[in-house]
Design a binder for this molecule. Structure first.
Ligand code: PEP
Ligand code: MG
Length: 579
């Protein structure tokens, strides 16, 4: 018999092992009022618990070890900083003094207040901050209850390499502790692809499926499980054939991963010796470090929309710190910061009212920045200040008119003067590039590229505008065909335009990270690819064994023959163009 459950796979890989139901254990949280003389002793107790909590987090971080530890270590560091945050520790101490209540109660009340404030804004990023807050408060409460967190419960086996752990949710600290015991796989009832535990699992390469509702109730301790995190499924079965099949798949996956890692050490050249360059896309700051550790030559696209989900857009210092930290993490590799691409599906809450009747065709990207110059200049100043710390490039989104470039350059010059007056020397030759993602920009690529230092193709938007297919709409998603003739003609025109202006053609839409489309893009003459960092090794593996010259011949023949099949048939033909 096979019993199957599904959820969301947040990392790649297969795990086979016996189920272990994990619980962080319930905590008794006493609530009482203090005698007047006990107040400072209680404040002291709170601070002692915070100190022990930070020591615990530092110890876990030290013990993580291995080359894939970066995002896990980063989260543990972030949690350590949150322990000291005045809004948490400072306010909880003030509550002990002001309300005469014990430390557990004060911490609980303060956490409830912060949680309410975060919840007022409906946002995925802030949902993660609530997750952080809850995890940090729980760590501190465990210290107050003298039950250190990193020490897993006695019931957790010491060796977990043949165990799939089932939990309600996991904190990064718990996950790191389970990793130290070589856990085979993880299943949680809650969480999303963006939960911190998911980010840590991806970073550490642990197969994990989240949002498997009622899994702890439906699966039994010790039951043999197969977990396929690519497809987000959990199978409870003793069927030997199925176990054999997945054991082979697991061995193949591990071999492939080792090979992929090996390819990162090879030169960045195609099978016929042409040079290519691979960059990473960063959606959230955690991904900057992954871009570096995945062998990217830099960040080709740092989206900045996420920053404004948590920070005030007018706060230049907060923005500067995000950019400067990213520059520091990249250790000399270039950071391409895209200015705010608000609008369409990604408008910060305070700007929702600006989205017109058709947001995709409305005040989006550079249009919005030019309409809100003050805020645009705040962002430009923050970027220019960061450029004093390392190589930075500015990327303008959603260009559709040539004069937008001159207007943006004028504001960059103005912002530069302001920054210089404040005593900072930004990079005097900071490069300014533009996204080619509207048909208008595509048709004007040569003229635009002549006024820009580089261009980057935003294939996600370009395809939606060329084919008139909303990229978010499930009902028409089957029409979103990147290998259709109109898209290919448009991409070809962009590459020719860029070449005529003497600029390399770079692409940063999802296509760049899809191995299936690489021969097509290479065949059109694209040599720079920017993609989610997790895709870099797989894309490089395709590029090094593909013959660029032959791909170009195929694509030239395709473009000359209006009757040649496009779509899937073209992709299958191109897949045979190898060495
Ligand atoms: C694109 O449109 O291809 C792109 C990279 O930008 P975004 O997906 O952020 O709109
Ligand atoms: Mg876009």
């Amino acid at each position: 018999m096979i019993f199957s459950l599904s959820g969301t796979g947040v990392s790649d890989g297969i795990a086979i092992g016996h189920a272990h139901l994990f619980s962080s254990g319930e905590l008794e949280l006493p609530e009482y009022e203090l005698e007047p003389g006990d107040v400072s002793i209680e404040v002291d107790r709170l601070h002692q618990s915070a100190r022990r909590c930070k020591e615990e987090l530092s110890r876990m971080e030290r013990e993580l070890g291995g080359e894939r530890r970066d995002s896990a270590a980063e989260l543990l560091q972030a949690h350590r900083m949150m322990v000291d945050d005045d809004m948490l520790l400072g306010e909880a101490a003030r509550r002990i003094r002001g309300e005469n209540i014990n430390a557990e109660w004060a911490l609980d009340r303060q956490a409830a207040l912060l949680r309410r404030e975060f919840q007022r804004i409906e946002d995925e990023y802030l949902a993660l901050r609530i997750e952080d807050l809850d995890q940090v408060v729980r760590l501190m409460q465990r210290q107050l209850a003298e039950q250190p967190a990193g020490v897993l419960d006695d019931r957790v086996p010491h060796q977990l390499d043949e165990t799939v752990v089932l939990a309600d949710a996991l904190s990064p600290a718990e996950l790191a502790a389970l990793h130290q015991r070589s856990v085979a796989g993880l299943v949680t009832e809650h969480g999303s692809i963006w939960s911190h535990a998911a980010i840590v699992a991806r970073g550490l390469g642990i197969p994990m499926v989240v949002a498997v509702h009622r899994s702890q109730r439906l699966l039994r301790e010790g039951e043999p499980l197969i977990l396929d995190s690519h497809y987000g499924i959990v199978l409870a079965t003793r069927d030997e054939r199925l176990h054999g099949h997945y054991a082979e798949k697991m061995a193949l996956f591990r071999r492939n991963r080792r090979n992929l890692q090996r390819v990162l050490g090879e030169p960045d050249r195609t099978a016929d010796g042409e040079r290519f360059r691979l960059f990473g896309n960063a959606e959230v700051t955690e991904e900057i470090e992954r871009c570096r550790s995945s062998g990217a030559v830099g960040v080709g696209l740092m989206r900045t929309e996420f920053i404004f989900a948590s920070k005030d857009m007018a706060d230049e210092q907060a923005q500067f710190e995000v950019y400067r930290d990213a520059v520091d993490q990249l250790q000399g590799r270039p950071l391409t910061i895209r200015t705010l691409d608000a609008g369409g599906d990604k408008l910060p809450a305070e700007m929702q009212h600006l989205s017109g009747p058709n947001p995709a065709l409305g005040l989006r990207g550079i249009r919005m920045s030019l309409a809100m110059r003050e805020l645009f200049q705040v962002q430009l100043r923050a970027i220019l200040r960061a450029s004093a710390h390392g190589p930075v490039r500015i990327l303008l989104p959603m260009l559709s008119r040539i004069d937008e470039i001159a207007q943006a350059r004028e504001l960059i010059a103005l912002s530069r003067e302001q920054v210089q007056r404040a005593g900072v020397q930004p990079d005097p030759e900071i490069e300014v590039g533009g996204m080619i993602e509207t048909p208008a920009a595509a048709l004007l690529t040569c003229e635009m590229a002549a006024q820009l230092d580089f261009i980057s193709i935003g294939s996600n938007d370009l395809i939606q505008y060329v084919l008139a297919v909303d990229r978010q709409d499930e009902l028409v998603s089957h029409l979103f065909d990147p290998a259709s003739r109109p898209v290919i003609e448009m991409l070809s025109r962009i590459v020719r335009g860029a070449r005529a202006a003497g600029r390399p053609a770079q692409i940063c839409g999802e296509l760049a990270g899809d191995p299936e489309y690489i021969p097509l893009l290479l065949g059109l003459g694209i040599g720079e690819f920017s993609m989610p960092p997790g895709q870099i090794a797989a894309i490089k593996a395709v590029l090094v064994r593909t013959h660029a010259g032959r791909c170009r011949e195929r694509m030239a023949a395709f473009l000359q023959d209006p009757g040649a099949p496009d779509g899937r048939a073209l992709l299958s033909q191109l897949a045979t163009v190898r060495r």
